[in-house]
Write a protein that binds this ligand. Structure first.
Ligand code: NAI
Ligand code: MG
Length: 494
């Protein structure tokens, strides 16, 4: 067994200073002078104070981004690539710091932050660093004589990004990368629960030579700073990841100047295990599908459908594995599940657990808060419900915590409509060794991503997004470029 992760001096220094807003290349306090504390959810104790930006600060940041836009958009593509690669290089150099800040602010295991998430963020930044020289238009074979017709991809202008607290670093790079690569400038409003990695990223972007005003960060709350960004008349696009309710508010706020909006919202994703699957592997996948990041995952496989003949076996296997997971502080080396993000989130999830019991579900394992050393943090044991009624609250609502609902099914015809019975449509998983059935389900499942004999894989090259109330637009892949550019058609009479 290893040792508790020791904080780097650079992290201690970072936490030792009050964090300000980055506007036009300068670190400034909020106009109001107000600050708020960001907490470590493993202890409930404050980590540091952060500037509490509001509408006036958002307005200053948007003006700075507007002023920086023409020069940034006019840079040669290869020059933008160099700067973004330099930014990625600095992220790599400061990888351990970024991972420690993410663990402290969000609570997730350091091992996951360091070995998975920071690498994913760097991989995204490198993928988009290579994009400026590959942004092309097309020529068209028009049926009128004597014309040359072509398209150009042009940046939108000033973009706003609003990110959630569950994967704050990755959600930030997923938006910063394509926004800057396509020649836009950006104002990022990170989640109030986890502002620290966005602020460290902004320091690194400045150090990389990304010009002042190209990338601005305004920390603050959703209903003030966030809402001001989404309603601002000089913002051309908002990219949002978060709850479906806030997604709806953003669509309404965007109507003023008809800004572009892309939305990555909630989910209630089904994972389906057939009796011909590799059952131990399927159980392990189902375990992490729900318990990774303590269930605070938009693609969490929170509805598990198991074919009736193997239902008891798989559920027994899953419960045994869940019982072996170590819940604890993310800085402890053997921790596999960190805390929930806040007291509010914990209360919400515990309320769902109560409703699960009241609704007649059978608590197979978990449902309790661990005591002892962990009593000060927002921890919850991994929780599995069996025998859940299909229309009960816990079967329908996004819980965003380590709570799984399991159901038995008879066959493909039985499970498909049940799996699709959701107002969400983010992700789905299928475990089977029947090739035709796997592809049939991939075709008919209503989701933006389907994983077959695996779950929760991402790559910067692969587009990601949802259908239905999981939102619209796609992030990642080359497709995201469409979300940050306008297509202009040019007609030339020869
Ligand atoms: P939220 O949607 O309120 O927060 C996400 C971001 O939106 C934060 O940066 C927040 O400051 C901002 N925001 C909040 N209200 C806003 C507004 N009116 N205008 C503009 N920006 C605004 O999510 P919250 O309250 O932290 O979590 C509640 C539930 O949302 C969770 O239990 C979960 O079900 C869902 N959620 C889903 C996420 C996903 O990845 N799909 C991520 C975070 C939350
Ligand atoms: Mg925090």
């Amino acid at each position: 067994m290893g040792q508790r992760v020791a904080l780097l001096p650079a992290v201690a220094q970072f936490l030792g200073r009050e964090q300000k807003l980055l506007i036009g290349g300068a670190w400034v306090p909020a106009a109001s002078g107000e600050t708020f504390a960001t907490l470590n959810p493993a202890t409930g104790r404050p980590l540091t104070q952060v500037a509490q930006g509001a509408a006036v600060d958002i307005d200053r940041a948007v003006q700075a981004a507007r002023a920086a836009f023409p020069a940034w958009a006019a840079l040669l593509p290869a020059q933008r690539e160099r700067l973004l690669h330099r930014f990625a290089d600095l992220m790599e150099e400061h990888k351990a710091e970024l991972a420690q800040l993410e663990t402290l602010d969000n609570g997730k295991p350091f091992n996951v932050a360091y070995n998975v998430e920071v690498n994913v963020a760097i991989g995204q930044m490198r993928y988009y660093a290579g994009a400026p020289t590959r942004l092309t238009g097309e020529t068209y074979p028009v049926s009128s004589p004597g014309f040359l017709v072509y398209t150009r991809r042009e940046p939108l202008g000033v973009c706003g990004a609003i990110t959630p607290w569950n994967y704050s670093l990755v959600m930030a790079t997923q938006k910063i990368g394509p926004a800057l690569a396509t020649g836009n400038t950006l104002v990022l409003k990170p989640a109030e629960q986890t502002p620290l990695t966005a602020l460290r990223l902004a320091e690194l972007a400045l150090a990389a030579g990304i010009p002042p005003g190209v990338f601005n960060v305004v920390t603050g709350f959703g209903d003030t700073a966030g809402a001001a960004l989404t309603a601002h008349p000089d913002v051309n696009k908002v990219a949002f990841t978060g709850s479906t309710d806030v997604g709806r508010a953003i669509v309404r706020a965007s109507a003023g100047n008809l800004k572009h909006v892309s939305l990555e919202l909630g989910g209630k994703s089904p994972l389906i295990i057939f009796d011909d699957a590799d059952l131990p592997a399927a159980a392990e996948a189902a375990l992490w599908a729900i318990f990774a990041n303590s269930g605070q995952n938009c693609v969490a496989g929170s509805r598990l459908y198991v074919q009736r003949r193997v239902y008891d076996t798989v559920l027994g296997e899953l419960a045994a594995r869940a019982g072996r997971l170590k819940v604890g502080d993310g800085l402890e080396p053997d921790t596999s599940l960190g805390p929930l993000i806040s007291q509010r989130q914990l209360d919400q999830v515990l309320h769902f657990v109560e409703q699960g019991v009241a609704g007649g579900g059978t608590l197979v394992t978990g449902g309790q808060r661990p005591g002892g050393d962990l009593a000060g943090g927002y921890f919850l044991q991994p929780t599995i419900f069996g025998g859940v009624a299909e229309d009960s609250v816990i079967a329908r609502e996004e819980i965003f915590g380590p709570v799984l609902s399991a159901f038995a099914f008879d066959d493909e015809a039985d499970v498909l409509p049940r799996a699709n019975h959701s107002r969400y449509g983010l992700a789905a998983g299928v475990w089977t060794n029947n090739l035709s059935r796997a592809h049939r389900l991939a075709q008919h499942l209503r989701a933006g991503v389907v994983w077959i004999n695996t779950y929760d894989w991402f790559d910067p090259a692969v587009p990601f997004g949802g259908v239905g109330e999981s939102g619209y637009g796609r992030e990642l892949g080359s497709q995201v470029m469409d979300m940050y550019t306008e297509l202009k058609s040019v007609w030339v009479k020869l």
